[in-house]
Write a protein of this length. Structure first.
Length: 133
């Protein structure tokens, strides 16, 4: 049987990653340190809204918020799509454009044939090692 990590342990890990004490997180989230401690130790189960509130305060990525929700026994609420999803076509095109612009070898624009040409001009040959006059 697959063992899941308790939600309290996951929250504690995120709090420690952000280098916050229980007091700092509790004050920032507007809850008591006792309640936060109970949640982290498993003595209390946070409600869905409390879990989302804490994850926002901890700046937990959306994908990991789903992990927290599932660990607490709630259904994930943030949709997850594969990169090949047609809805992400515009985002993929933008990423490709940025990556192509950062490539050290770019398509030649003068010929329009797609022949490759260096992105940077050639450097002069080095004079290192040659005798000076």
């Amino acid at each position: 049987m697959l063992q899941r990590t308790p939600v309290g342990n996951l929250l504690r890990d995120w709090r420690q990653r952000r280098r916050l004490s229980q007091l700092e997180l509790a004050c920032d989230a507007g809850i008591s340190t006792r309640h936060l401690s109970f949640v982290e130790t498993g003595r209390a189960l946070p409600g869905r809204d409390m879990l989302l509130h804490l994850s926002v305060r901890l700046d937990v990525p959306v994908r990991e918020r789903n992990v927290l929700l599932v660990a607490a026994g709630y259904a994930p609420i943030f949709p997850e799509r594969p990169l090949g999803d047609p809805a992400l076509a515009a985002a993929r095109a933008a990423i490709d454009l940025v990556l192509d612009g950062r490539s050290p070898i770019r398509p030649s624009r003068s010929t329009g044939t797609g022949a490759l040409s260096p992105a940077m001009p050639r450097c002069r040959s080095s004079t290192r090692g040659s005798p000076r006059s």
